[in-house]
Design a protein around this ligand. Sequence first.
Ligand code: SAH
Ligand code: SF4
Ligand code: F3S
Length: 454
Amino acid sequence: MKIARATTGGGEKLYIETYGCQMNVGDTEIIVSIMQDEGYEYTRNIDEADIILVNTCSIRDNAEQRIWGRLKEFQRYKRAKRSLVVGIVGCMAERLKEQLLEKEPIVDIVAGPDSYRDMPKLVQAARAGGKGINVALSQEETYGDIRPVRLDSNGVSAFISIMRGCINMCSYCVVPYTRGIERSRNPETILREARECYEAGYREITLLGQNVNSYRWKNEQGEVCVDFPRLMEMVAAVAPDLRVRFATSHPKDLSDRLIEVMAAHDNICKAIHLPAQSGSTRMLQIMNRKYTREWYLGRIAAIRAAMPDCAITTDLIAGFCTETLEDHADTLSLMREVGYESAFMFKFSMRPNTYAARHLADDVSEEEKTRRLTEIINLQNELSIESNRRDVGKTFEVLIEGHSKRSEAQLCGRTSQNKMVVFDAAEGLGAGNYAKVVITDCSSATLFGKLVKE
Ligand code: SAH
Ligand code: SF4
Ligand code: F3S
C-alpha cells in the first residue's frame, strides 16, 4: 500500500524555461522531479503557471542580456496574476545572488545550482510574502538519487549528468564560480539511471559534465575505484544496442586508456567533442588551458590512429585578451590541420570576477572580434561541407530519432559520428530502431541517404 505523504504543492502549476548548456537542461529535469514529489504540477503553458522559473546561463554577456529581457516580459504575467511566483535559478542566480532581487523587483526566488532540493521551501517562503534565496554551493551535491523527469526528450536519446562543477579555472570562464568545485556522482546511481533509460526504450545515452573525462569516484579509503574510462565500459555493458556518448571532455584529461576503451566498444560512439579554444600556445597559456598546440595535436593523432573514423568537434574563442593576428592565424591553421566536423564558435566576452577580468585587458576591439569570428565561422563551414562530402558513398548505421522535420515520408537519425542523416521512411522502421543507410548527398549540416537492403 502506498502511504500518502503530506506535500506542499497542492497542485500548483510550475512552468520552467531553460537557457544555457545541457547541464542546465538536466538540472531542469531534476527541479521538476523534486517539485512533482512535493505535489506541484508541471506545465508547458506559461499562461496557466502559478510559478515561473528561469534556469539561467552566465557564460557570455549576451546570454545574461537575453534573460534580463525575458524578465521584463514576465511583468505582464505578474500583473495578470498577483500570486504568481517568479524564480531565477542556475548560473546567473549563483553569480548575481541578492543583486538579482535588487535589480528586478518581480523576482521572488534566487536559487543556485546546488540548492534545488530546497526549491519547495523557497516557493513557500515567497508565498509567505518574503523572498526565497539559497545560493550556497556544495562540495558533495550530485542529485544522484533523484530520477530526472525527461521533458523534451525524443524518447531515443537521454542525457545523464555524471559530475558537477569545474575546478579548471580557465582564465576567461565563469563556470567554476557559478557551479562550484568539481565532484563526481556515485557510479551505482549512474548505472541504475542508464538501465532505467534502456528499459524505457532509450537507445542512446550521453554522459554529461563540464569536464567529463576527469570523472573519478573514490571508495571509502579515498582511492579512485572508478575513473572515466572504467565508467564508460560499465555503461557500455548495459546493452550492446545502447549507444554511449560523452560531453564535454578537456584535452588535458583525454587519456590513452579512454581512447582504447572507445575503440574497443562498437556501442561507444566515434565522436569526441574536444574544445581547443585557440590554436596558439601563447593564448592557451594565458587562458590557463594547461596544454600546448603541439600537445593538442598529439591527442588528435592518437585518436586518429586508434579510430580513423572518429569525428572531432570543438569550441573556439575569437579575440581573447592580447590575441594578435598571428595567434588568430594559429587558430585558423589548427582548424585546417584537424579538419573539425563542426564547431561552436564564440566572440570572447569578459566575465566579471574571472582571472581575465581581474588581471587582463579586453583589448581586442568588438569590430575586430567580429571580423576574426566571421573568418573562423567561414572556414568551419568549408570544413564541415568537406567532411560531409567525404561521407557520400559510405554506409552508416543510423539510430532513428523520428520523422524528419520536413516530411512524414522521411526519417532522420544520427550516425555514430553524431551527424544527422535524412532518408526515405520504410515500413517497420521508427524511432529507436537502427538502420543501415548509404549516403547519397549532403548539405553543410545534413547527410541524405537511402536504406541499404539486407
Ligand atoms: N567545460 C567545457 C565547456 C564550457 S562552456 C569545456 O571546458 O570545454 C562552453 C564554451 O563556451 C567553452 O568551451 C568556451 O569556448 C566558451 N566560453 C566560455 N567562457 C567564455 C567567454 N567568457 N567568452 C566567450 N566564450 C566563452
Ligand atoms: Fe570553463 Fe574551463 Fe571549466 Fe570548461 S574547463 S567549464 S572552459 S573553467
Ligand atoms: Fe551556462 Fe552555467 Fe552551462 S554558465 S554554459 S548554464 S554551466
